[in-house]
Design a protein around this ligand. Structure first.
Ligand SMILES: [Zn+2]
Length: 391
């Protein structure tokens, strides 16, 4: 069956993330062209050698890169925490407990309201170049509310994560062991059919190392792959647990010992850094430089959620990572595209190579470096998702 082909030509600077295609880890090509066939990239190379196609799009010298892969987001929720943010920026400290506010609003919301919110955020992210986005449950914390969050999320992304262990549900405040039993039992049974991943907030005030191990192990036994909220607010066992259990990703990684860094560097577990959280809680940033120098694979994601990081902008995360976390612009762009794909164990996104999904971001700029060089400036010129021009 033949599909419609489009050649994007006149690409001033092309980030392929395939060193076989061009220079450096980004596999940079100048004066390049890309051919899309249906939902797939069919050809990548010098513009002068581009094959003919049904349609032609002139990039006019601008930069093309893979659509962003946001591997950490919490998008199924209702309610508003503006007042909490305002109070925090006026001097109050962040704690995991604020999640309860969103849990109450989410439980009270209708399915339609939750889905409209989620669809709005997915669209908002897409307008900024994000073509793959992970989505967690974790604001329901009952069997039915967690399962419905994942049912709704699964309509919008295949990257769904069961996070019943976000915090201990308020009903179980005096019986956290009972809540872990629920999360690893009846709630897991209801949620596993709608989830690809299992996650846990391993942190003081949420779940300790033993509880986190129980949650992740139960998820693994049900066919889910682990990822962990680890070492965000304090040093702790999360990173070591993630590596030990073969998690795809340890997320946050803000407070790391040398042993934690070495464990990540010696494993396939990606260190996913979420600078929006430190920005929005006025906290110390994780060190991307330290992880990269040790040899760890680093991803950047938004952690988009209403409490601690209410941004869907991967460009913002890139700019902060460069300014505050010791990463070069090339490293930050790689982390926001190929890094996110590694964190989701996807080889079909985060790259522009023949056979990859045609998820493309055209910048209103001549170079990907502008994502860090021009912070806060909307640089999205066009976005293709699965070959379809969406923006
Ligand atoms: Zn998170």
């Amino acid at each position: 069956m033949s599909t419609r082909t489009t050649v994007i030509t006149g690409i001033g600077s092309l980030v392929t993330n395939d060193p076989g295609h061009g220079t450096g880890p980004l596999g940079l090509l100048t004066d390049a062209a890309v051919v899309i066939d249906g939902d797939t990239v069919a050809w990548v190379g010098p513009a002068a050698q581009a094959p003919a196609a049904d349609e032609r799009f002139d990039a006019e010298g601008r930069a093309l890169l893979p659509g962003f892969v946001d591997s950490h987001a919490h998008l199924v929720f209702a309610g508003d925490r503006t007042a909490e943010f305002n109070a925090r920026m006026s001097g109050q400290a962040y704690s995991a407990g604020g999640i309860r506010t969103t849990v109450a609003a989410t439980r009270a919301a209708s399915d339609a309201e939750l889905e409209a919110n989620l669809a709005g955020f997915v669209r908002e992210a897409l307008r900024q170049g994000t073509t793959t986005i992970e989505c967690k449950s974790g604001y329901g914390l009952t069997v039915e509310d967690e399962a419905r969050a994942l049912r709704i999320a699964a309509k919008h992304t295949p990257e769904t994560t069961y996070l019943g262990a976000h915090i201990v549900a308020p009903e179980y405040a005096e019986d956290p062991a009972g809540y872990v039993d629920l999360v690893t039992g009846e709630m897991l049974d209801a949620c596993a059919p709608h989830a690809r991943w299992v996650d846990v907030f391993c942190e003081k005030g949420a779940f300790d190392g033993d509880q986190a191990r129980a949650v992740l192990t139960a998820g693994i036994e049900r066919g889910l792959t682990p990822r962990v909220h680890a070492n965000q607010l304090t040093y702790g066992p999360g990173v070591q647990l993630a590596v030990e259990l073969g998690a795809a990703s340890a997320d946050h990684c803000t407070h790391l010992t040398d042993e934690d860094v070495a464990a990540l560097a010696g494993s396939a577990t990606v260190a996913t850094l979420l600078p929006g959280a430190e920005f929005s809680t006025r906290a110390e940033y994780p060190s991307g430089r330290r992880l990269l120098d040790a040899g760890a694979v680093v991803a950047l994601s938004t952690d988009c959620n209403p409490g601690s990081s209410f941004t869907s902008s991967m460009a913002f995360c890139i700019a902060v990572a460069v300014r505050e976390m010791g990463m070069t612009p090339d490293e930050a762009v790689w982390a926001a595209t190929a890094g996110g794909a590694h964190a989701l164990r996807r080889s079909d996104v985060g790259v522009i190579t023949a056979g990859a999904r045609a998820d493309l971001l055209l910048l209103d700029a001549p170079s990907h470096v502008h994502l860090a060089y021009r912070p806060g400036v909307p640089l999205t010129a066009a976005v293709w998702r699965e070959g379809v021009r969406e923006v």
